[in-house]
Design a protein around this ligand. Structure first.
Ligand code: PRP
Ligand code: URA
Length: 208
């Protein structure tokens, strides 16, 4: 299983709070935003830097700034929306695309309904964000959609993954690195992650 688990203590602490059934939508949204920001900090750790001359009020000096490709952030609707603000606070130059995929409750298969990506998607480092990687169907569909539009450099950032989802993404898109705060035990008969955190979209938007 190819997956990077981001086990920073702050992320693990906040993940435990967000899993709690007693955590309401307001706190859930705040925690998700905070975790997304902390995860973005970790996944950008190896971005290339280049030298640049800067003049401080005291002297000129050689400093370092980000080099290389620009980034694109692509939330999978709906639940991925809850992670956007945290990521773009750290990476304000990132363009934001949107992919609409929902999981058919009977078949658990992904249903695509929306795709709007930056026009220069091929030149950007794309980070797909969605708190939940369950069967993996939605993430695989999102990666397929981005690749069809020319995307080549893609990472997937989620909060909680099931082994089944990690394996499916690894199999269909071995070039896509997966970052998650946890890989849980399994899926239940309804395709929910156990122990997971329930339905992320419903908990963010208070729809259940
Ligand atoms: C949830 C979640 C993922 C998907 C994961 O979305 O946010 O997108 O399920 O499941 P999968 O890995 O089995 O595809 P959902 O389909 O509930 O849509 P919503 O966010 O619009 O509620
Ligand atoms: N989608 C969710 O929101 N939660 C799960 O556990 C699985 C899919």
């Amino acid at each position: 299983m190819q997956v990077r688990i981001i086990d920073h203590p702050l992320i693990q602490h906040k993940l435990s709070l967000i899993r709690d059934v007693k955590t309401g939508p307001k706190e859930f949204r705040e925690l998700l935003e905070e975790i997304a920001m902390l995860m973005a900090y970790e996944i950008t750790r190896n971005l290339p830097l280049e030298d640049m001359e800067i003049e401080t009020p005291v002297a000129k000096c050689c400093c370092q700034v980000l080099a290389g490709k620009k980034m694109g952030v692509v939330p999978i609707l709906r639940a991925g929306l809850g992670m956007v603000s945290g990521v773009v606070r750290l990476i304000p130059a990132a363009k934001v695309g949107h992919i609409g995929v929902y999981r058919d409750p009977e078949t658990l298969k992904p249903v695509e309904y929306y795709c709007k990506l930056p026009t220069d998607v091929a030149e950007r480092e794309i980070v797909i964000i969605d708190p939940m990687l369950a069967t993996g169907g939605s993430s695989v569909a999102a990666i397929d959609m981005i690749k069809r539009k020319g995307g080549r450099s893609i990472k997937l950032m989620c909060l909680v993954a099931a082994p089944e989802g990690v394996l499916l993404v690894n199999e269909r898109h071995p070039d896509v690195e997966i970052y998650t705060a946890a890989v849980d035990e399994r899926l239940n008969d309804h395709g929910y992650i156990v122990p997971g955190l329930g339905d992320a979209g419903d908990r963010i938007f208070g729809t259940k």
